[in-house]
Design a protein around this ligand. Structure first.
Ligand SMILES: [Zn+2]
Ligand SMILES: [Zn+2]
Length: 277
């Protein structure tokens, strides 16, 4: 049970691109992007990667009845869990799905409807028994989804676009910045503005600086860039996220050590982890 003052983020999927189950990835987890941010009784979900399936089972047990799901974008690793979100199949539940990255002519509902349609998926989106509504905004908009909660957004640098989020509650803030590629001409100003002075910033850390030259144009950033942005914006805690699926737990441990040396207190996201600002 949460109280009004509770504010935390819990990680349900921390990988990028594709799931990677197996013994070499079991400690950090193999599910794709999905996090939960609680603001008191309110539950906000960011991204519908495969981690969403486990989250759905947890909130079914908890009897949650109202959820907002914000998508960073609609690449498959960020929506693959959507058809398996048991919460959406239950009459009496309310779900609002939001995205702010789509180009003119596309809608959140239209894209998810296309995703859940034969021959890609056997049953259409109308199978959901919950009261599901779909909402479009423009990255850059500010939203007040609930009393005392402000969600600011900014456009990210990613093929077909993506949206970065900042959640402010009770004088604290958690930012969710994935998927995004660093800029050639210095730190990304959209991101710096969004994360300024934030308590926790979760950042697309798919590559390392050493690997990045081979992956230019792929739409992802490096863990070192995440730490540079955190320094420049006076962020308290930086969180390494959207791990490359090939990375083993031992490799992730090495990144954690190197990151902590560069910026003490840096956290590497793993499934099941909870962070409180
Ligand atoms: Zn991704
Ligand atoms: Zn993407």
């Amino acid at each position: 049970m949460t109280t009004d003052s509770d504010f935390f983020v819990r990680f349900w999927g921390v990988r990028g691109s594709v799931t990677c189950p197996g013994s070499a990835t079991s400690r950090y987890g193999g599910n794709t992007a999905c996090i939960e941010i609680r603001c008191g009784e309110k539950l906000f979900v960011f991204d519908a990667g495969t981690g969403l399936r486990d989250l759905g089972q947890m909130i079914a047990r908890d009897g949650v009845k109202d959820v907002d799901l914000f998508l960073s974008h609609t690449h498959i690793d960020h929506i693959a869990g959507f058809p398996f979100f048991c919460y959406a199949y239950k009459l009496g539940n309310t779900l609002r799905v939001w995205s702010g990255h789509l180009e003119e002519g596309l809608t959140t509902e239209g894209v998810l409807r296309q995703f859940m349609s034969p021959p890609l998926f056997p049953v259409p989106i109308d199978i959901f028994e919950a009261d599901v509504s779909y909402h479009d905004f423009n990255a850059g908009d500010t939203m007040k989804p609930s009393d005392g909660v402000t969600i600011r957004t900014a456009p990210l640098n990613h093929p077909q676009n993506a949206t970065g989020y900042r959640v402010d509650y009770n004088g604290k803030s958690i930012c969710y910045i994935t998927d995004t590629e660093q800029r050639e001409d210095g730190p990304d100003r959209n991101i710096l503005g969004l994360i300024d002075g934030a308590d926790i910033v979760i950042y697309d850390s798919m590559f390392s600086d050493a690997e990045y030259p081979d992956y230019k144009g792929w739409g992802h950033s490096t863990w070192e860039e995440g730490l540079r942005l955190a320094d420049a914006a006076n962020v308290s805690t930086s969180v390494i996220f959207h791990h490359m699926p090939e990375r083993t737990d031992d490799q992730m441990d090495n990144i954690a050590l190197a990151a902590d040396k560069t910026r003490p207190g840096t956290v590497v996201a793993r499934e099941g982890m909870t962070l409180t600002p």
